[in-house]
Design a protein. Structure first.
Length: 101
């Protein structure tokens, strides 16, 4: 199945503790059905001190389920993603506006 959400997409969180937050996808794991979004689902992780880094408590964005994310359209609203053929190419488009992503 083609990827509806990809790295670099602007998204909004639909459910959970971060509902309504917006961000950009930094990485996607299709086999697990999860994505890491900048500034969303942030957890504190402890890092050991090394010669390079100070160490301590570091906020890290954790993966969130793709089903809890929705793409932002040109109007800044959540939209579903569809696929269609244009000039023998498969393209993604926003269902609300019909614009090609």
């Amino acid at each position: 199945m083609a990827a509806k959400l990809k790295k670099g997409d602007k998204i909004v969180v639909l459910t959970g503790k971060d509902k309504g937050k917006q961000g950009e996808i930094t990485s996607v794991n299709p086999s697990a059905g999860k994505a890491v979004v900048e500034g969303v689902n942030v957890a504190i992780r402890h890092q050991r001190q090394s010669q390079d880094s100070q160490g301590g408590r570091v906020p890290t964005a954790m993966p969130i389920a793709l089903s809890n994310l929705s793409l932002l359209d040109a109007n800044g609203k959540a939209t579903r993603v569809g696929f269609r053929m244009e000039d023998d190419k498969k393209v993604r488009f926003a269902k609300t506006t019909g614009d090609v992503i």
